[in-house]
Design a protein around this ligand. Structure first.
Ligand code: UAG
Ligand code: ATP
Ligand code: API
Ligand code: MG
Length: 484
């Protein structure tokens, strides 16, 4: 595509060189720069892409997009200076791929917890209702039935537009995607046209990246601030920040609630391990999912389906048959009837929700044994809190490693231990090796006891010092059950 077309609607500060040059590829990584391509210099968390402009030119980049012009410029290269390279790249990527988001009904889901669950349920619902759909999620990306591995919750702006374009080519009419707070700060969705946005909830997480809770709230809110008037903005009225999210949106304001009157109203009538009965807008429905947090997810999905023009009754009928997304309250039951639950709860709020759900489902004197760890190179503030929550709601707790990444696993565990109140010392133990920890939990369990393995859900690896080793909580648990 010609550079002038690529720059349509991009606010420019200065340009030099041939503006009619043909651009065949976009990249934000100098290592991927190729002849005839555009390299965008982005200021990152580890390094500044501006340092690699020379490298990109050496590799043949025809156009450099940057915030600051380099001192040594090449005559053969076109330089485009903008105030915000990430934002500009979003618009350029949308132009490059011919605005695929405008050819789909694109719905974004944001919030601390529930994004994958909500987006996945929406995707499955619409597939069932006969629409060819796309999904962009933490677990995986999907174009109709084709699964494409996901590296991020929200792909970078170039990959994102490319995926949307592939969805359009494959005849998709809808796409459901997670919008992480990182994605908002890094402008990964700039230039996309959304048909709707959903807010799930907000609690403490990612303070390593956003520094303050206020910044984190602003990052989530900015998604709704940029929605067009043609879109809907569907918020959770029961979350303290639910209305804040919609304060400055141009979109049509809609809401859902289990507690007060919103556009979509739900109530849990009864719940069990294998499902729950709800009243949704006056209709009684049985769902295969359980837990109050899932009642919120289901209500958000139902609301979004109706706002996208679907029949309420038909949407509920189809929704009632959907299973939990992978690694979300996924059950593995042993021959001796020990109940294993693998759940991706990796924030204090999620852990508390899952444990409260389990507590609510207890019938007699079954015990709850929780195996939990916290990821390395991520928000350290949540570590003691998650250990404390695990103790408060469990009879036995085994603190173990999650993905230690580049941190010392024992140092993470010591930070978790700091949150264990002295009265709970006796029920808590620390086993660094996650495999061993799961086996220990099975050893401790009696029939009907519940073992919660929290934090990694669908993940099929454990990342230690830059290496991803095969590891799947569900498989390890099944193997442990077989040996017990
Ligand atoms: C913290 C974060 O979001 N990091 C993302 C970010 O990297 P960064 O800002 O650290 O980039 P950097 O390494 O400083 O480099 C700056 C720029 O220089 C470029 N560069 C660098 C080296 C070089 O030789 N040449 C070169 O051009 C890089 O390509 C980059 O454009 O931009 C990269 C390129 O898009 C991402 O791959 C990277 O994701 C890392 C791997 C990551 O772990 N991200 C996580 C935290 C994340 O994004 N998580 C959210 C979900 C969170 C949630 O659960 O809610 C997600 O959406 O996945
Ligand atoms: N609506 C909800 N409210 C609170 N907790 C939830 C909700 N939905 C799911 N959870 C809990 O949070 C965990 C993560 O859920 P999910 O993967 O859907 O969230 P996410 O927002 O996609 O997370 P991530 O930021 O890692 O992508 C689940 O395993 C469950 O324990
Ligand atoms: N999207 C989240 C997932 C955390 C999952 C947990 N298992 C961990 O590794 O910390 C993140 O990247 O922070
Ligand atoms: Mg997710």
């Amino acid at each position: 595509m010609q550079l002038t077309s690529l720059l349509y609607k991009v606010p420019l500060q200065s340009t030099s060189g041939d503006m009619n040059v043909e651009v065949g590829k976009l990249t934000m990584d100098s290592r991927q720069a190729a002849p005839g391509g555009l390299f965008a210099a982005i200021r990152g968390t580890q390094t500044d892409g501006h340092q690699f402009i020379g490298k990109a030119v050496e590799q043949g980049a025809a156009v450099i997009l940057c915030e600051e012009l380099p001192e040594n410029r090449s005559e053969q290269v076109t330089y485009v200076q903008v105030q915000d390279s990430s934002y500009a790249l979003g618009l350029i990527a949308a132009n490059f791929y011919n605005h695929p988001s405008r050819k789909l009904k694109l719905v974004g889901v944001t919030g601390t917890n529930g994004k994958t669950s909500t987006a996945t349920l929406l995707f499955r619902l619409f597939q069932r209702m006969g629409y060819r759909s796309g999904l962009l999620s933490t677990v995986q990306n999907q174009i109709d039935e084709t699964v494409i591995p996901a590296t991020h919750t929200t792909p970078d702006t170039i990959a994102l537009n490319e995926l949307l374009e592939q969805m359009v080519q494959r005849g998709c009419t809808h796409c459901f995607m997670e919008v992480s707070s990182h994605a908002m700060v890094q402008q990964r969705v700039a230039g996309l046209q959304f048909a709707g946005g959903i807010f799930t909830n907000i609690t403490h997480d990612h303070l390593d990246f956003h520094h303050t809770f206020d910044n984190y709230i602003k990052a989530k809110k900015s998604f709704f601030d940029q929605l067009p008037a043609s879109a809907f903005a569907l918020t959770n009225l029961d979350d303290k920040r639910g209305l804040v999210m919609l304060q400055n949106t141009a979109a049509r304001k809609e809401s859902y609630s289990l507690q007060t009157l919103g556009s979509f109203k739900g109530r849990i009538l009864s719940e069990g391990l294998f499902g729950m009965q709800m009243d949704v807008d006056g209709r009684e429905v049985w769902f295969k999912l359980t837990g109050r947090f899932n009642a919120y997810n289901l209500l958000a999905v139902y609301g979004a389906a109706v706002l996208l023009g679907e029949d309420p009754e038909e949407s509920l009928t189809q929704l009632s048959d959907l299973p939990s997304p992978p690694g979300r309250f996924e059950m593995v039951i042993s021959d001796s009837k020990i109940v294993g639950i693998v759940d991706y709860a990796h924030t204090p709020d999620a852990l508390q929700n899952v444990l409260e759900t389990i507590a609510g489902l207890r019938q007699g004197n079954e015990r709850v044994i929780t195996v939990v760890g916290c990821g390395g190179n991520r928000d350290a503030a949540k570590r003691p809190i998650m250990a404390e929550i695990a103790c408060k709601f469990s009879d036995r707790v085994i603190l173990t490693s999650d993905n230690p990444r580049n941190e010392d696993p024992m140092a993470i565990l010591e930070q978790m231990q700091a949150g264990v109140p002295p009265i709970h010392f006796k029920k808590t133990q620390t086993i660094e090796d996650r495999h061993e920890a799961i086996y220990r939990a099975v050893e401790l369990a009696q029939p009907n006891d519940v073992i919660l393995i929290a934090g990694k859900g669908h993940e099929t690896y454990q990342e230690i010092k830059g290496v991803k080793h095969d590891f799947d909580d569900r498989k390890v648990l099944r193997a442990a059950f077989q040996q017990s």
